[in-house]
Unconditional design. Structure first.
Length: 524
């Protein structure tokens, strides 16, 4: 099928997948709001304490820097969420897991909204809100990868990154709109907008079908057929049978290659991903998300602090802060075309190379004095965001969704995203210390770009040797290539087809010679 054929045949599939991916909007919005709140004058007045150093309201409490602790709270909650995600999806499926977490999230929004100037309550609110955000990080890309055809898979998986960018863009826009209000509602109203997102997402997901793969693994064949029927174009019975046949064949082959296919829920749901050939798949998925975490992308979230340090006014820094996610939107949409032309592996590699150069530029902007340095930093970060969301940002979602086996997809995604979040704890803790001056901080400011530029170079080296190409390779094809220990540089659909044919010939020969082998063994 051509891309256009797949669009026509699977239009309903696209619609449902978009609603699942929309849960990432809430995550992106929530995380972006944490750092954006720090520039609200009324937020500082309500939640800050006086610092003896400058007699100015700051988010400090004794020796603890709340600017570092609030993002860490959300990260810790998200880690708990990804740990719950695999057992929940095995037990409830993707649909019921997403709906239950949306309802849970709606209740949790009340905590930051009614925190009443108590930063400890705000901390607890972000900690608990991070749990459903972590679950969404696993459910959304896993669902998109399982229901999508090969032609649509790169777009529907990378759409998750676009949803993250949309969340950041909405956080910047809504914050700028309410910032002039002369009351605490200037920062409380942005929290209330999460209820709007939840209402929209619940309305869409409640009508979505469960992943047919989940039904097939449970042995519910008729439910799987009904789910596929809801995903494909109405009346296209042949397309339904084709998708069902491919899905069931993939599951049967995975069962054949792994005698312990059926895994119980709970902690044991994670054991299989670290055994045998799955160990390599888990490594690549974890490293792909680790590279995304350490490539300097956290500077996008902390951009308002950088701009404020450079002397920009709150109005100016919020204006340029809207341009950053705007560039991300453009980059992610352009990545869909780029992936069709170049695949995954080369984009990931060259993206890291370009990001390292831009981050070095951010570092050099530190030496430009006055407001000019702030505008230069903002310009480079805007270009950085464009390249990041053209390459590493969306490609990571595609790679980590396509690398795992069907059986272990949720557990592998949970382990990979958990790695991302654990490293994010350290990253989130040191970021404000690198960027800001004062007691206990390092005062690197824009020179932080040099640090992340070096990490990008290391990520590019790993990508060259370990990250395989996944373009146009089905789930069954990925199983074949990993089972045969093909090197990352030799992953192609043609190689998968050749190995599959060779395995088929070997199986046929073995069956035809069974009687001869038995006679020889009996004589021996």
């Amino acid at each position: 099928m051509t891309f256009r054929d797949a669009m026509k045949a699977d239009m309903r599939l696209i619609f449902y997948s978009i609603f699942f991916s929309g849960t990432i909007i809430m995550e992106g919005y929530g995380f972006a709001m944490i750092s954006t709140l720090f520039v609200f004058p009324h937020f500082k007045a309500d939640y800050g304490t006086y610092s003896d150093a400058n007699l100015k309201k700051q988010l400090e409490d004794l020796d603890t820097n709340w600017q570092g602790l609030l993002p860490l709270a959300a990260q810790i909650g998200a880690i708990l969420g990804v740990l719950f995600a695999a057992p929940m999806t095995k037990w409830l499926g993707y649909r019921r897991t997403a709906l239950s977490m949306l309802i849970f999230s709606a209740a949790l929004v009340c905590i930051p909204f009614f925190a009443n100037k108590n930063v400890a309550i705000l901390f607890a609110g972000y900690l608990l809100q991070g749990i459903p955000w972590g679950v969404f990080q696993v459910v959304s890309p896993a669902y998109a990868s399982e229901v999508a055809s090969v032609q649509l898979r790169p777009i529907l998986t990378t759409w998750n990154n676009l949803c993250w960018v949309i969340g950041q863009f909405l956080a910047a826009g809504i914050s700028k709109g309410f910032e002039p209000m002369a009351s605490s509602m200037s920062y409380r109203m942005p929290f209330a907008f999460e209820w709007v997102f939840i209402a929209i997402l619940v309305t869409g997901i409640v009508f979505a079908p469960e992943s047919p793969y989940w039904y097939i693994q449970k042995g519910r064949i008729e439910d799987a057929r009904k789910a596929i029927k809801k995903l494909v174009r109405k009346g296209n019975e042949s397309r339904m049978e084709e998708k069902y046949a491919l899905m069931r064949h993939t599951i049967e082959q995975e069962k054949k290659n792994d005698a312990s296919f059926e895994q119980p829920t709970g902690v044991q749901a994670y054991t299989a991903i670290f055994k045998g050939v799955n160990r390599r798949r888990t490594e690549v998925a974890c490293m792909a998300w680790l590279i995304q975490q350490l490539c300097g992308s956290n500077l996008i979230a902390w951009a308002p602090v950088l701009f404020e340090q450079a002397g920009l006014s709150p109005a100016d820094l919020l204006s340029i802060n809207m341009a950053v996610p705007g560039a991300g939107l453009l980059g992610t949409i352009a990545s869909w075309w780029l992936m069709q032309k170049m695949g995954r592996r080369p984009i990931y590699f060259w993206g890291l190379v370009m990001l390292s150069l831009l981050l070095a530029g951010v570092g050099f902007s530190y030496f430009i004095k006055g407001n000019t340095g702030g505008w230069v930093t903002g310009g480079i970060l805007t270009v950085y965001t464009l390249i990041y969301d053209l390459t590493i940002g969306p490609l990571c979602y595609s790679i980590v969704s396509e690398i795992p086996s069907v059986r272990d997809r949720a557990a592998t995604l949970a382990a990979a995203r958990g790695t991302y979040l654990v490293i994010g704890l350290a990253n989130g803790y040191i970021s404000p210390r690198m960027l800001q001056s004062g007691p206990g901080n390092w005062g690197w400011a824009a020179r932080t770009g040099f640090f992340y530029a070096c990490l990008c170079v290391l990520g590019a080296v790993y990508t060259w040797f370990r990250v395989p190409e996944t373009r146009n390779i089905t789930a069954r094809g990925m199983d074949i290539l990993f089972n045969n220990k093909v090197s990352a540089r030799n992953f192609t659909p043609e190689r998968a087809a050749a190995l599959d044919a060779a395995e088929g010939d070997s199986t046929s020969l073995s069956k035809s010679n069974t009687g001869t082998v038995e006679k020889v063994e009996n004589r021996a």
